[in-house]
Design a protein around this ligand. Structure first.
Ligand code: ADP
Ligand code: ADP
Length: 227
């Protein structure tokens, strides 16, 4: 479980991005942070892997205060996917996915074999595995981004507007693929979007953020929709 207890983030310029957030994210849930731009969704998510440190309050993963955990170690258990897939331009698709496993001690051969399996799982046409990122479409790059985040088999996956830069048809495809993947993998997913339709399609729990970085509602999609 990921828990936020009284978490506040104020940036050095005085902006109050997240205000006294209390939230418990269940293991293996698909939790979506939704709300208008600027309401603290990304800041909240980035505090889970310590890319951002809270000003006050405590975040725990499996009962352990993450401020006491080495950030590099913490991140080995947390996959991260962003809008622009963030792939390494000078490595092929398969090597992008194999990078972290190789850094953590897997042989290149094993890591490449595992990478091909993960690429297949995310629905990438495997004939693209030896291409470079710039030779892929936006949608294909996002699939590789998801595969890379999954390569070390982390229990937690953070996804920050991962599909918002691709065209609507491809986006629907990726959303469907994500649901299929989650049915199979059962990760603890935290997914940020400003699109309520995407939130209710994907999430089994929806955290609705409002202006001033406050949590306004936290419930199942049917309850959020009827509110
Ligand atoms: P969201 O993800 O909901 O769009 P963010 O978490 O990115 O919201 O931002 C929350 C608020 O914090 C916004 O007002 C934003 O402008 C501000 N903010 C984000 N990052 C910084 C920063 N590094 N310095 C100052 N203000 C920031
Ligand atoms: P989408 O809009 O569906 O994301 P694109 O129009 O960007 O797709 O790409 C369509 C196809 O062209 C894809 O199969 C992709 O692999 C291929 N492609 C795109 N850019 C390149 C490139 N620079 N070199 C080779 N193939 C490319």
């Amino acid at each position: 479980m990921i828990s936020f207890e009284g978490v506040t983030k104020q940036y050095p310029d005085g902006t109050l991005a997240v205000d006294s957030l209390d939230l418990r994210i269940e293991d293996r849930s698909f939790t979506v942070f939704v709300g208008p731009s600027g309401c603290g969704k990304t800041t909240s998510m980035r505090m889970i892997n310590r890319m951002i440190e809270p000003t006050s309050g405590t975040i725990s993963v499996d009962g352990r205060d993450i401020s006491t955990v080495d950030a590099v170690k913490l991140r080995l258990g947390i996959g991260y996917v962003i809008q622009s897939a963030g792939l390494l331009p000078h490595r092929t698709v398969v090597d992008n996915v194999a990078t972290v496993p190789v850094l953590t001690g897997r042989s290149r051969k094993e890591a490449r074999r595992d990478a091909m399996e993960v690429l297949e799982r995310v629905g990438l046409d495997l004939s693209l595995a030896t291409r470079y990122p710039s030779q892929l479409s936006g949608g294909q790059q996002q699939r590789v981004g998801v595969a890379r985040a999954l390569a070390a088999d982390p229990p937690i996956l953070l996804m920050d507007e991962p599909f918002s830069a691709v065209d609507p048809v491809v986006r629907e495809d990726l959303q469907t693929e994500m649901l299929r993947l989650q049915a199979d993998l059962k990760k603890t997913i935290v997914f940020v979007t400003h699109d309520i339709d995407e939130a209710v399609k994907l999430g089994d729990r929806i955290a609705v953020f409002g202006t001033g970085g406050t949590l306004q509602q936290y419930d199942t999609p049917d309850v959020v929709l009827s509110a």
